[in-house]
Design a protein around this ligand. Structure first.
Ligand SMILES: [Zn+2]
Length: 379
């Protein structure tokens, strides 16, 4: 959940408090007192009261305008805090939960156990063993001991990597080298681990010996030569040959999870993230509020009635939207490629074929495609 926007809005509000023109009512009181004091003295000194009071009114009107200006900034900043909170957190969780409670959620034993299992798994996947044990006591569920051993190994190695010690990771990569090198997605983890060790060696001769022993085997797939020669240019931060640190801990986690058939990301985290930061819950709630009864029971929706744009990291597969019907392709209405290479949904294509004809003209170019030569595409 992103709270950076909230922090920024609160900071802006606090900055106003530090500014003398907007900070407290003190300036207002001062302006009033000063003006009243001056006016009183002038009247006592014999100035015509009518004139003095007219001037006093003008001065106060000006002061009031200044104060209003300051207040406007306050209200704007305060409004921004509210808006950022609304944006970062789903609105009114209890009302939302009530709307989704028909039929009630997680009441039957199987559903409630499934939910507990997901929570337990999530705690284990984060290495929070104290919480895992407390949860086990409360629910009678048990975290798979084999999985715990593996999960602990994963955390131990990740901690080593973060501390700049790559030997345990390299040992693991060596033990699993056949798996890591296997097609269709051979991993570049071993190269990046050795690269990190190479970059940490300050003695050039020693570094070169390390490269000879461990890096040159990756010549065919990795930029080993430019890595090794880049060290000739020293370690200046602004050097165009500077080597950025690779995100080794997350690379390692990805391969470790892949090795054991685990999801790379904690499923519970993914779901919560999509609902909150991804904005899905906000979008659903807005639609429910605006459309009300017409949308029917939220729990019976087959698909969302509106588009929810997700962060790029949460897009797992490509989707095809037919340029003719603007509908998203499905298994029963798949993307279909015409002879010319243009792609439409199959239903759009069959609609384009006029009765009695065996072919249709492409909507984008003059080429005809016969019913038999249109091909289904798989993304
Ligand atoms: Zn075409």
């Amino acid at each position: 959940m992103s709270t950076t926007e909230v922090t920024a809005a609160v900071d802006a509000l606090e900055a106003l408090a530090a500014h003398t023109s907007t900070s407290t009512s003190a300036p207002l009181a001062r302006v009033l007192n000063e003006n009243f004091a001056v006016a009183r003295e002038r009247i006592l000194a014999g100035s015509p009261p009518k004139l003095v009071i007219a001037e006093l009114q003008a001065n106060l009107a000006r002061a009031k305008k200044d104060v209003e200006k300051g207040l406007k900034a306050w209200y704007a900043a305060l409004g921004n805090v509210g808006k950022s909170v609304d944006k970062s957190f789903p609105p009114n969780l209890s009302a939302i939960s009530a709307a989704y409670d028909d039929p009630p959620l997680f009441v039957d034993a199987a559903a409630s156990k499934a939910l507990d299992n997901i929570v337990l798994d999530s705690l284990g996947q984060r290495g929070l063993w104290d919480s895992v044990e407390a949860f086990e006591e409360e629910t009678d569920l048990h975290y798979d001991p084999d999985k715990r051993v593996l999960s602990e190994e994963l955390y131990r190695i990740v901690r080593d990597i973060e501390a700049g010690n790559f030997s345990s990771a390299i040992r693991w990569a060596t033990e699993n080298k056949d798996f890591l090198a296997a097609p269709p997605h051979p991993s570049s983890l071993p190269y990046h681990l050795h690269r990190a060790v190479f970059l940490s060696i300050t003695d050039r001769k020693e570094a070169l010996a390390y490269a000879n022993a461990h890096l040159f085997v990756y010549m065919s797939t990795q930029p080993v030569l430019s890595l090794v020669t880049s060290c000739l240019y020293g370690v200046a931060d602004d050097s165009p040959y500077a080597n950025d640190a690779a995100p080794l801990a997350s690379m390692f986690t990805t391969d470790y999870c892949r090795r054991h058939g685990w999801a790379r990301e904690d499923p519970l985290e993914v779901v919560v993230d999509l609902g909150s930061r991804g904005g899905a819950l906000n979008a659903i709630e807005k639609a429910r509020r605006v459309m009300g009864e017409r949308l029917g029971n939220v729990r019976k929706w087959e698909e969302l009635p509106m588009e929810v744009p997700l962060p790029a990291s949460r897009r797992y597969h490509s989707v095809f939207v037919c340029p003719v019907s603007k509908e998203q392709a499905t298994d029963s209405n798949p993307p279909t490629m015409l002879s010319c290479g243009h792609v439409v949904a199959r239903e759009s294509f069959t609609r384009m074929v006029k009765t009695g004809k065996r072919s249709a003209k492409c909507p984008y170019c003059p080429q005809e495609t016969s019913l038999t030569s249109a091909q289904r595409l798989y993304f």
